[in-house]
Design a protein around this ligand. Structure first.
Ligand code: COA
Length: 346
């Protein structure tokens, strides 16, 4: 049953809240290897013109063979911790949003080890392209209740691992990357102004990377499943329709809960899936394109990493400043979608 109720996702109630959340640092990993549209056109029957016109993507970064969620997620986390003027041992909790872990039991602990955050507990969240927003909201709950003071949220995905490089309908969309932010307890204000999250499993078939098993008899009465994960399959038109309807809606609800209007948003940071989706959402919200963050042309769709990479690029270039109101929205497989309205900085 689809869960579309208002109450499930709203973050406006201060029930049980003891502390506020501040967003104090961002970081991302640098991936050197680039795969351009022209290069892809030598692999599948496509063209730079087709990809750029339909998606806005010109190139994507691909992890080198030695790279991993551990190394790239760790690099992003370390950069975010440094920007926040903290050290890894200050971190109480690491939440990793990923759909492509190095270890199916979770890669957050590997990142904890990689960066030397020896005090932190660490776990993974899987919610595909909504993963970063869902992880940010989850992290905020631990801070608001007083459980933890300093939390790093990492969004890292190597979608090249799950891509069918012979399927032109999907392989042109995706790239690899990692980004992170640091959240801290604030006694003076709560800069997570609102959030809203939704899931609709009835639409799971539209976008997934499902486990394909073969039943293998083990004993006379026990049959086990052996298999592997399929590459990403997607109904592009359905996903497009879903995104352009649900994303403006979830943002409008979040703004309402925060008692804000579109005019209060300094930067709209959507999951970087497709420039046409960004344009359609901006048009529906009546927000001018100069306030819409887009790095799609350079990165493609990096799944849970796309929002924190975009955020970090805008922070480091000085466009996002302390006190700016950011409206984030992630959407994708599940299907799932969500938004968070926050004020950047302490
Ligand atoms: N290069 C050239 N032609 C391509 C192509 C490619 N990379 N991919 C598909 N085509 C062709 C199709 O084969 C089809 O040809 P046909 O009419 O001869 O059968 C034609 O282009 C139209 O295909 P269609 O899938 O209907 O295209 P579209 O207009 O829906 O655009 C997407 C495809 C993927 C760009 C679009 O559906 C989309 O952006 N969807 C959202 C995807 C997304 O963001 N997913 C991630 C969400 S987290």
């Amino acid at each position: 049953m689809a869960q579309q109720t208002d109450s499930a996702g709203s973050g406006s109630e201060a029930f049980g809240q003891r502390f506020g959340v501040a967003f104090v640092g961002s970081g991302s990993a640098k991936l050197e290897t680039v795969l351009t549209n022209e290069q892809l056109a030598k692999v599948v029957d496509t063209s730079d013109e087709w990809i750029a016109t339909r998606t806005g993507i010109r190139q994507r970064h691909i992890a080198n063979p030695g790279d991993s969620i551990r190394s790239l997620g760790g690099e992003a986390a370390a950069n975010a911790i440094a920007q926040a003027n903290l050290t890894p041992t200050d971190v109480d909790l690491i939440i990793l949003a990923t759909s492509t872990p190095d270890d199916l039991f979770g890669s957050a602990c590997q990142i904890q080890h990689e960066i030397g955050a020896s005090r932190a507990i660490a776990f993974d969240i899987t919610a595909a392209c909504s993963g970063f927003v869902f992880a940010l909201v989850t992290a905020s709950q631990f801070i608001r209740t007083g459980a933890y003071k300093t939390v790093v949220v990492v969004g890292a995905d190597l979608l090249s691992r799950l891509t069918d490089w012979s399927d032109r309908r999907t392989c042109v969309l995706f790239g690899d990357g990692a980004g992170a932010i640091v959240l801290q307890r604030s006694e003076s204000s709560d800069n997570l102004l609102s959030f809203e999250m939704h899931s609709d499993g009835t639409l799971n078939d539209c976008l997934n990377a499902s486990y394909q098993h073969e039943s293998t008899p083990l004993t006379e009465n026990v049959t086990v499943q052996k298999g592997s994960f399929n590459p990403v399959t997607m109904n592009g038109r359905e996903v497009y329709r879903f995104a352009v309807n649900r994303v403006p809606e979830v943002l409008e609800k979040s703004l309402f809960h925060a008692n804000l209007t579109v005019d209060d948003i300094d930067w709209l940071i959507l999951h970087q899936a497709n420039q046409r989706i960004l344009d359609a959402v901006a048009k529906r919200l009546k927000i001018s394109s100069d306030r819409v963050v887009s790095n799609m042309a350079e990165h493609g769709n990096t799944d849970a990493a796309s929002i924190p990479i975009a955020l970090d690029e805008w922070v480091r270039s000085g466009k996002i400043k302390t006190g700016d109101v950011l409206a984030l929205s992630g959407f994708g497989a599940g299907l799932s979608w969500g938004a968070a309205i926050l004020k950047w900085g302490k």
